[in-house]
Design a protein. Structure first.
Length: 290
């Protein structure tokens, strides 16, 4: 055998198996996660994209020039490979956490709701999403019939605690995604405005009061991103690990179930008090090796 033979055999033994290095990554063992490969993508928006957002809908956004004030400038950003939930965290998944970890249930009192603002929706609309929370009422439980809907009425701290709990006893560490991770997972590498492309399609998401509330996660498979991530437009806004400014966290999510089309773009963003709990706010987790 020539000297090349042993060298080639050694190289093949060290080379990744067909299908990519992800197969050996701890996060690849979670079928609920999507892999986002390393590489650059277009993040943020330019004038043409923001104008398209104003054009497809949102009188308040047009009047206040929200996108001009809040969105990041369009630029090329490179990220390493990472993994992210294909679906939003559901009420049923959060119930397992709340019971196992003794964490507070998603709930907010009328007084706290009024105090935090965001009062487009009256407290009567909040009642549908309130959990049975007190010891006298038994173990924490989500509202009947909403188990497969995204959990809401959780703060950023609540969301982070769930992600940390989920990785217990495994080689995987779950956490909230960064804004850049969220946005790449939503729009891919080519700068498209929505997960499916740059033309708005109302049949691909839950928005503009079409369902007047949250819908089961994954109900809109035609709205999947290039990596197979669902509900990246509509349904609920999502907490990220990044800060928007002093005392505010970056919210992503391509709009929520009550928002117009322009806010459903992947580049759309705004800031909220990280302690806020609202019926429009949910989350998903990212994953990395410990």
């Amino acid at each position: 055998m020539s000297a090349l033979g042993p060298l080639l055999a050694a190289w093949l033994a060290l080379a990744p198996a067909p299908g990519g290095a992800a197969e050996g990554h701890p996060c690849a063992g979670d079928p609920g996660l999507a892999e986002v490969p390393a590489g650059p993508f277009w993040m943020g928006s330019d004038r043409a994209e923001r104008d398209s957002g104003y054009a497809v809908g949102g009188e308040a956004a047009r009047k206040g020039r929200w996108y001009d004030a809040w969105e990041l400038p369009r630029r090329r950003v490179r990220l390493p490979r990472y993994f992210i939930d294909k679906n939003l965290v559901t009420q049923a998944a959060y119930r397992r956490f709340a019971r196992a970890a003794g964490h507070r249930a998603p709930h907010i009192s009328p007084e706290d709701y009024r105090r935090q603002g965001y009062l487009v929706h009256p407290y009567e609309a909040v009642r549908r999403y309130l959990w049975r929370a007190g010891p006298a009422a038994g173990p924490p439980d989500h509202p009947e019939g909403l188990g497969d809907h995204p959990v809401v009425l959780v703060s950023r701290e609540d969301a982070s605690a769930y992600c940390a709990w989920r990785g217990r006893g495994t080689p995987r560490r779950y956490r909230l995604p960064s804004e850049a991770e969220w946005e790449k997972a939503a729009r891919g590498e080519d700068g498209r405005y929505f997960p499916w492309g740059s033309a708005f399609d109302p049949k691909r998401l839950n928005h503009a009061y079409e369902f007047n509330g949250t819908t089961p996660v994954g109900q809109f498979p035609a709205g999947a991103s290039p990596y197979g991530v669902l509900d990246m437009a509509g349904n609920v806004f999502e907490w990220t690990a990044d800060d928007f400014g002093p005392g505010r966290a970056v919210m992503k999510g391509g709009g929520s179930w009550d928002d117009p089309p322009g806010i459903a773009r992947a580049a759309a963003r705004h800031g909220r008090d990280p302690n806020a709990r609202h019926i429009l706010f949910g989350f998903r987790c990212a994953c990395e090796a410990r």
